[in-house]
Write a new protein. Structure first.
Length: 225
């Protein structure tokens, strides 16, 4: 059964490397999605430049313009509702996003550690890898998860593991983890596009490829209440 491309909205705050990776996978035909909107929390984010180069719709919703996280999230939700995305991908978005109830199970994030290790408020960028090295772990990696009301806390979709080497620096570990991130995030989004992710409490079950039995993204077979 052929499906239309997934309508994907991307939220970012910085350089847009994750956005670029998704664009590259869409261009290569390995991700059946169309990026319908890119929202940035900063008007000067380079991710907006990347998006415009590819002819994508861009909107800046500055965090400083809202007095608290709820008001800010409400503004983002209103913007998203105008475009009706199937899925929202956080791509280096550095603020709490309280999504509207109708987006439950339709917001994803990727984090550069094996959640629940080295995650939560304040753990982003090099800080994650510095913490992993300071703790002396032997492996690290990345985690793609659905988003809930807490930082880096929602049900886990995919994880990929890399070794931590004795000579690693935060930069070298970050580079190794980033290689896995570039595969894991598009893979998770593609599974969603195929209707193959089922949320069961804190577990995310990956369904077999049986398109005739699987509903479109967000349909009743995609989750368990």
């Amino acid at each position: 059964m052929n499906r239309p491309p997934l309508r994907l909205a991307v939220l970012l705050s910085g350089s847009g490397t994750t956005l670029q990776n998704l664009i590259d996978h869409i261009t290569a035909g390995t991700l059946s999605a169309s990026i319908i909107l890119v929202i940035s929390s900063r008007p000067d984010a380079y991710g907006l430049v990347r998006a415009k180069r590819h002819g994508l719709e861009t909107i800046s919703v500055p965090r400083k313009a809202s007095h608290d996280t709820r008001a800010y999230s409400d503004e983002i939700n209103r913007t998203l509702d105008c475009f009706a995305p199937d899925l929202i991908a956080l791509a280096g978005f550095l603020h709490v996003f309280h999504y509207a109830p109708h987006y439950w199970g339709r917001v994803m994030n990727i984090h550069p550690s094996l959640i629940p290790a080295f995650c939560g408020k304040g753990f982003y960028g090099p800080r994650v890898h510095q913490a992993a090295l300071a703790y002396g772990v032997k492996v690290s990696g990345c985690t793609v998860h659905f988003v809930d009301e807490e930082y880096d806390h929602g049900p886990i979709i995919l994880q990929r593991v890399v070794p931590v080497l004795g000579h690693d620096t935060p930069a070298s570990l970050a580079e190794r983890v980033a290689i896995e991130e570039r595969q894991a995030y598009p893979e998770a989004i593609q599974l969603f596009a195929e209707g193959r992710l089922q949320i069961q409490g804190r577990w995310v079950k990956i369904l077999e490829t049986t398109p005739s039995l699987i509903s479109p993204p967000g349909g009743e077979l995609g989750k368990e209440r």
